[in-house]
Design a protein around this ligand. Structure first.
Ligand code: HMG
Ligand code: MG
Length: 299
């Protein structure tokens, strides 16, 4: 299969990245990050989550962030919603696209959203109905697609089952998350082969955490499988509070560098992206997790 000529990147840094930070980050710093990302040419930015603040305190100010960002025409600003309450709060904040999130493993589902996989899918049904009424689009996530911190191995067939349910209930795209970053290129190819029997490849996205240093290889493996949408995080921020050791989403800067080298269109300005990554890294008081950003600052 030939590589896609265009790739869409879903920037998850302000959500998947910052949700994991213990130190307080001001609304102003979050807004500055989101605006810097849209200015760099990203077409989709996941801004925050409407989840319980007891579960993920860092996302508590998401409505304020939505109120203060400068919405650039053509850019999608998304948010996570775990239940109808989260959806309603998202709508009240002017959100036009939400993401629901399920897991491929029962243990992770319990730890992350306090219910079984089937209960979570049932919880999403009213969100799908309400979204239709409000003209809101819904993206779906499946976590732990290449391994679970509690259960270990996860069968691709189990991932395919959950992805099929999300797609059937109306998610226009399903992102497969290697939450703990244990996946390899071989496992990634097998995963997309199995899942694409249930959900078309052009409705699937890859979401790779770089915990084991495999994210770039896994993205390339996904491209070879015809996948053309990837989630990535500025400066490699990230992790999941309910997946110990899941630090580090793949860095957006590094993915753009890879895609530029392959001649694949993204519409993103790499220099502006690196600058946005430096800014948030300065706020957090630590070096960027992007290898490209590190290499550029050493030059
Ligand atoms: P629960 O405790 O079972 O729910 O949590 P509940 O209905 O019993 O409510 C508990 C409390 O939360 C109540 O407050 C509710 O009012 C409140 P209290 O009476 O105790 O004061 N509550 C809410 N507050 C604000 N917004 C809401 C909301 N709903 C209830 N929407 C729940 C269930 C789903 C709420 C909880 O487990 C939760 O919020 N989990 C979120 C976990 C999360 O955000 N994880 C990180 C994102 S997933 C991820 O990172 C993976 C991904 O990146 C892909 C990958 O890498 O694989 C997407
Ligand atoms: Mg994630």
């Amino acid at each position: 299969m030939s590589l896609p000529s265009q790739v869409r990147l879903i920037e998850v840094g302000p959500r998947d990245g910052l949700q994991n930070e213990a130190q307080p980050i001001s609304v102003a710093d979050k807004v500055q990050l989101v605006d810097a990302l849209s200015a760099a040419g990203l077409g989709y930015i996941e801004v925050g989550s409407f989840v319980s603040p007891k579960w993920v305190p860092q996302m508590a100010g998401s409505a304020d962030v939505f109120a203060q960002i400068q919405r650039k025409p053509g850019v999608t600003y998304g948010a996570l919603a775990p239940n109808l309450r989260g959806f309603e709060e998202a709508i009240a904040a002017g959100v036009k696209e939400v993401a629901v999130f399920a897991a491929a493993s029962e243990a992770f589902s319990q730890r992350n959203i306090n219910c079984s996989i089937s209960e979570s899918l049932a919880r999403f049904a009213p969100i799908m109905d309400a979204a239709k009424q409000h003209g809101v689009t819904v993206r779906g996530y499946v976590s732990c697609v290449l391994g679970c911190p509690y259960e270990g191995t996860v069968a691709p067939e189990q991932v395919a089952m959950v992805a099929r349910e999300l797609y059937a209930m109306g998610c226009y795209e399903v992102s497969l998350g290697d939450t703990i970053g244990t996946g390899t290129a071989g496992a990634t190819r097998r995963l997309f082969e199995v899942v694409s029997a249930q959900v078309p490849r052009d409705k699937l996205a890859g979401h790779f955490h770089d915990t084991y240093g495999q994210a770039m290889a896994n993205i390339y493996a996904s491209l070879l499988e015809g996948i053309s949408v990837f989630d990535s995080s500025i400066a490699g921020l990230g992790g999941c509070p309910y997946a110990k050791g899941a630090s580090g989403n793949v860095a957006t800067e590094d993915v753009v560098y890879l895609l530029n080298g392959l001649g694949i269109e993204t519409g993103i300005d790499l220099d502006a992206l690196i600058a946005a990554g430096r800014q948030i890294s300065a706020v957090l008081g630590r070096p960027s997790g992007s290898r490209v950003a590190k290499a550029r600052s050493a030059q």
